[in-house]
Design a protein around this ligand. Sequence first.
Ligand SMILES: NC(=O)c1ccc[n+]([C@@H]2O[C@H](COP(=O)([O-])OP(=O)(O)OC[C@H]3O[C@@H](n4cnc5c(N)ncnc54)[C@H](O)[C@@H]3O)[C@@H](O)[C@H]2O)c1
Length: 306
Amino acid sequence: MAVRLDGQVALVTGAGRGLGRAYAIDLAKHGAKVVVNDFGGSVSGEGADDSPAQQVVNEIKAMGGDAIANGGDVGSYDDCYNMVKQAMDTWGRLDVIVANAGILRDLALHNMSENDWDLVVRVHLKQCYNLLRHAWPVFRQQAYGRVVMATSSSGLVGNFGQANYGAAKAGMLGLMNVAKIEGEKYNIMVNLISPGAMTRMTENLMAGRGEDVEERKQTSAPEHVAPAVTYMASPNCTVSGICIDANGGRYGRSQMVRTVGVSYDPHEFKDADWFESQFDKICDMTGATEPWSMRETRQQHYAAKG
Ligand SMILES: NC(=O)c1ccc[n+]([C@@H]2O[C@H](COP(=O)([O-])OP(=O)(O)OC[C@H]3O[C@@H](n4cnc5c(N)ncnc54)[C@H](O)[C@@H]3O)[C@@H](O)[C@H]2O)c1
């Protein structure tokens, strides 16, 4: 069945530029009406400007689609309430949340101020709580919802100078793991996108690595990531709790897994020397599994003990 979102409403945050813009336009091309949120600030989160969001709304309308602009701040609980309300007031429904807005305050840990930490965690991680918290009653009531949150390999595997950003992005993994369980019986699918694209956020980085920026505008265009988001935002997507990596020329999946480990009789206590003797086996990834929930890890634990 072709991927379509006809009659559905999507809220895309940070959609005035870069990846969010590409997601909003692709969702509209697939039939969705879109709330285009963007507060229009700098990469580090300063200033505000309504015009990027409005410009994307104009682009969508020029293609024959339907969209409205929202200039709210995703870090604000109340602004996120208003984003959901705007969708409901305008079109009477909300089917999709793409939590994409983001900023950077990169500094090595020993130089990172409390404010740089708090702001980045607020914009990235608290955004997701704010949006899910306000969309959840709507999704539960209509027994349908699709959520895609923008994580990063910075959090999934690590990157120098991004303790705040990496922690916030990896926090989304925890939020997804719980929300996928709470949303399961309401047909709410919650997934992550881990993108790589040439945007204003990464242009200097790519240039600094000596990459051909002109070539990368094509090969790392945000439009390479959008199909994965549109799919995960659509009714066709019936999986929840996964993370898709997408960057020009590759799609893949990142997943937290659990080793088989080493079981022992817990009527006895083991010491650190014994732990060291078992260390390689404890960490051996052979036969590692992807438990769906804590309940499943508990079942595995008791099954292994016999
Ligand atoms: N570009 C990449 O390679 C890459 C890699 C990994 C993750 N990401 C993530 O993808 C998302 C999009 O990044 P991008 O590269 O398109 O960056 P971008 O700077 O081009 O776009 C981000 C947009 O978010 C908006 N925004 C920022 N804070 C906001 C707030 N508080 N409220 C509302 N809007 C806000 C900005 O105004 C901007 O238009 C971010 O979450 C980023 O962390 C990007």
